[in-house]
Design a protein. Structure first.
Length: 263
């Protein structure tokens, strides 16, 4: 399994606070079957437009990356660990020339919108990124309050060339029934391109029960493509393959809603 959305660098954002928390997080990810990961601390798009702010922000991330990469090499040699960022699109014109802003230095960039409101011109920003030669992946589209059951926002984002990354925890109900319904709706339509953890180095990873639910739904092929094949293609700089929609299983949602949030 390959995971490219996590917050494992120590003391750089709201993820791991200490190197020991980073160590525990790497162990949990390894034990869950992760063989390669890209850790993605939060970074603001507006900072990329100002060389001074970019340098200052990257200096802090470089320190965290040195600590994490040295830890991984010493204690988790079988685990491939790469870097990127989760780019908050607080500006419509991020400058992405610095490879540290992109996932493992590829053309792919993991982006997110403010939870308090997806900007009206979000699709245009994604389109402009694509035209500029980058490959945007929208993080956790199911978690934005403005995304409704009609999936109009994600549909438009896909139409302009963005890919979608759903959180494992959303499938298991970690963020509540609303995001859970949207996450499954995206998989039902075959609109999710990747699954990743968005792990903040605390508590349960959130993969196990979500994987079980997906398999119970008959989603063996979807599981493989979302967590292995398409992420591997991303690391190789290749766009994701189209993931088939999930097979219909009558009564699945009713049984699912009878379960509590999983880990």
């Amino acid at each position: 399994m390959i995971d490219f959305h996590s917050h494992l660098m120590p003391a750089v954002d709201d993820g791991a606070a200490t190197l020991d928390e980073s160590r525990q997080a790497l162990a949990r990810m390894r034990d869950a079957g992760v063989t390669a990961l890209v850790t993605t601390p939060h970074f603001h798009a507006s900072a990329t437009e100002h060389p001074g702010r970019l340098a200052q922000g990257m200096e802090a991330l470089d320190r965290g990356w040195r600590e994490l990469s040295e830890l991984a090499a010493a204690e988790f040699p079988a685990l491939r660990v790469e870097r990127g960022v989760e780019l908050m699109l607080d500006s419509p014109r991020p400058v992405l020339d610095d490879p540290r802003l992109r996932l493992a230095g590829t053309r792919f960039v993991l982006v997110e919108f403010p939870f308090q409101g997806v900007p009206p011109g979000a699709a245009r920003v994604l389109f402009d990124l694509k035209v500029a030669g980058w490959l945007p992946i929208v993080a956790h589209p199911e978690r934005y309050p403005q995304v409704g059951q009609d999936l109009a926002g994600p549909e438009e984002w896909r139409r302009v060339g963005a890919a979608l990354q759903v959180n494992w925890g959303s499938l298991a109900g970690r963020y509540g029934p609303g995001p859970q319904r949207i996450a499954w709706a995206l998989l039902n339509r075959g609109w999710a391109d990747y699954l990743s953890s968005d792990y903040h180095a605390r508590g349960r990873l959130g993969v196990g029960s979500a994987r079980e639910m997906l398999l119970a739904r008959g989603g063996q092929e979807q599981l493989r493509m979302l967590s292995e094949e398409n992420p591997a293609r991303m690391l190789a700089g290749e766009p994701p393959l189209e993931v088939p929609s999930l097979p219909d299983r009558p009564g699945f949602w009713r049984r699912l809603m009878g379960r509590g949030p999983g880990g």
